[in-house]
Design a protein around this ligand. Structure first.
Ligand code: UDP
Length: 234
């Protein structure tokens, strides 16, 4: 094992260019101060990420995904992580509602893209382009590519989810370098996306855990089933 994070374990493989990602059921929120377990979350996040990475690859977005290994794990390219978290928003929610004093659910005329410095000690502060460039976290060309890819991911995923009666409210992406190229890494799951059911308005994501709404497992499994297009065992 190379690393154990809040929601994933990373293992080395015989190939120095690849690593194995294992998704855990443990859930954390509010900077790790709230902890719990969402049964089967690891399975949902692994299968959902695999499906979405494959979709994005087919739409021209380079990702770290290579193949699924088993229910909870996937083989990925070993990236040199760029320490910037990119959030794309289609509707006001979460920290944006708090920061700007806007009601959750307020529509946005076009997507908002935000960047945060990936640092647990500093609680992931929001940063702007100057910070990223001057600190040398990314070159101008890499930063431009990150933004272009993040907005492209939004363009691909929004209609994909809408076809499954889910609104993609916002999501977080991480990127890294692989052989000099900017590649999408990390995961795309109900842990990292806000997904609202378009008919009921129900939250189908980690806000169920953050806000003690209950039914986390059921919501995660429902999202996976809508993505996989049928009833598969979880
Ligand atoms: N997000 C994430 N990891 C983080 C922070 C945010 O995956 O460390 C996701 C979150 O699930 C949501 C989006 O990014 O889909 C925007 O999150 P926000 O800034 O509103 O923060 P939150 O209020 O969720 O902490």
């Amino acid at each position: 094992m190379l690393y154990e994070g809040k929601a994933k374990k990373i293992f080395a493989t015989a190939d120095a260019d690849t690593v194995l990602v294992e998704y855990k059921d443990e859930a954390t929120a509010f900077d790790g101060t709230k902890r719990g377990v969402i049964q089967s979350k690891g399975i949902v996040n692994n299968r959902m990420s695999a499906a979405l990475f494959a979709l994005l690859e087919s739409e021209g977005v380079p990702t770290h995904f290579i193949k699924t290994i088993d229910g909870r794990s996937m083989l990925v390219k070993r990236l040199q992580i760029i320490p910037v978290e990119v959030v794309v928003r289609n509707r006001v929610a979460g920290s944006l509602a708090t920061r700007l004093g806007l009601p959750e659910g307020t529509a946005l005329r076009s997507p908002i893209l935000e960047t945060y410095y990936k640092s647990d000690e500093l609680h992931d502060p929001m940063v702007c382009d100057s910070h990223i460039l001057v600190m040398g976290w990314a070159t101008p060309a890499q930063l431009q590519r990150i933004k272009e890819l993040a907005l492209r991911v939004n363009e691909v995923l929004r209609p994909f989810f809408l076809d499954r009666s889910l609104e993609l409210v916002d999501f977080k992406l991480e990127f890294g370098l692989y052989k000099g190229e900017v590649v999408l890494g990390d995961e795309i799951s109900p842990d990292t996306c806000r997904l609202w059911d378009i008919r009921t308005g129900e939250k189908m994501d980690k806000d169920r855990f953050r806000r003690d709404l209950g039914g986390e497992r059921e919501a995660y499994v429902e999202v996976l089933q809508r993505i996989e297009g049928g009833v598969h065992d979880v």
